[in-house]
Design a binder for this molecule. Structure first.
Ligand code: ASP
Length: 330
């Protein structure tokens, strides 16, 4: 008989464990969660650790760092990892772990629920059971397991606040579908470099959504604030167009890049940023902005935060931002 796989379940909080009161006993809770699925006792050897017990709106760079370090420290002892997490910011944490855990060689599966484990007709049981199963499979990526699909973490986004089908990864087919059988996709990524943990994330990065009538005067004030910002994720229209007649966003981008502030262009819709396609998008390339390809806003923000904290040298940082790290650019 095969040895059961060893899985480390890292608890961070979220609806899955809420019991009508947010003041749960974390230690007790982590054990209780797996106890809800006694049928999995022989399937895998699951250890639990409580990193924090937070609504995921309170999870950010500090917890991403701790999570990455916990996984890196325990990597050799476990075959896979499950991260229990609130749904609101799960795609950000998934992206953070995708960038922090370079050369990942085993599954890191994030999951949570829209209804708590203690509630009737909940989705918590199924999501946790699915996460346990996929954490034992050869899927060495950071992924998000929810409502029967396993998504690439750095391509995922929350699409519904009130439905069990709460996540999608537009433009990126699921890594696995969990129906009667579990079907794995062909585009699962395998490590091409040795494992390395780079867990730092800078906080001085902002997202600017280009909107009709947007005035660069307002935006320029962002460039003179204290502390100074290190990076801007710019969300333009379509493939990357910005208003050029009545509103000169381009001068804002030029000023930013000339001061050493990186501007990464990401997509609000499904599809690819294609700056050369229009005159009104090519202006962004000329102003020094970097195309994020198919990168989603969540991953773009986290990648830029990671780049700013990890690569002090500007050329290195720009190369990192242009490069596909974990499948985030399509
Ligand atoms: N507010 C909760 C959280 O993100 C929502 C959830 O878990 O579904 O922690």
């Amino acid at each position: 008989m095969k040895e059961p796989k060893k899985i480390l379940l890292i608890h961070t909080g979220g609806t899955i464990g809420m019991e009508g009161s947010e003041h749960l006993e974390p230690g007790h809770y982590a054990e209780a969660l797996v106890e809800q699925l006694p049928e999995y006792a022989g399937f895998a050897h699951i250890d639990s650790v409580v990193l924090c017990n937070l609504d995921s709106s309170d999870i950010g760079p500090r917890q991403w760092r701790e999570l990455a370090l916990t996984i890196a420290r325990n990597r050799a002892q476990y075959d896979g990892f499950i991260v229990i997490h609130g749904t609101d910011t799960m795609p950000y944490t998934a992206a953070a772990l995708s960038f922090a855990l370079e050369g990942l060689d085993r599954p890191v599966v994030l999951t949570g629920a829209q209804r708590p484990m203690g509630a009737l007709r909940n989705d918590a049981r199924r999501n946790l059971a699915d996460a346990i199963e996929v954490s034992t499979l050869p899927i060495p990526e950071v992924s998000l397991c929810f409502d029967g699909v396993l998504l690439r973490g750095c391509r995922s986004c929350k699409i519904n606040t009130r439905a069990y089908h709460a996540f999608d990864s537009p433009g990126c087919e699921p890594l696995a579908r969990l129906g009667v059988d579990i079907t794995l996709a062909r585009h699962i990524r395998y490590p091409s470099a040795p494992f390395r943990c780079c867990p730092e994330f800078g906080a001085n990065v902002i997202v600017v959504h280009v909107t009709p009538g947007i005035m660069p005067g307002t935006l320029n004030r962002l460039l003179t604030g204290d502390p100074a910002i290190d990076g801007i994720v710019l969300i333009p229209f379509g493939v990357g167009t910005v208003p050029c007649v009545d509103s000169d966003i381009v001068s804002f981008v030029e000023t930013a890049t000339s001061r050493g502030i990186d501007v990464l262009v990401a997509n609000a819709a499904t599809g690819k940023i294609d700056l050369p396609l229009y005159e009104n998008s090519n202006v962004l390339s000329k102003a020094g902005a970097i195309s994020g390809g198919e990168i989603r806003q969540e991953a773009a923000l986290v990648k830029l935060m990671h780049a700013c904290a990890t690569y002090r040298d500007r050329d290195e940082r720009i190369e990192y931002l242009r490069y596909h790290i974990a499948g985030e650019m399509g």
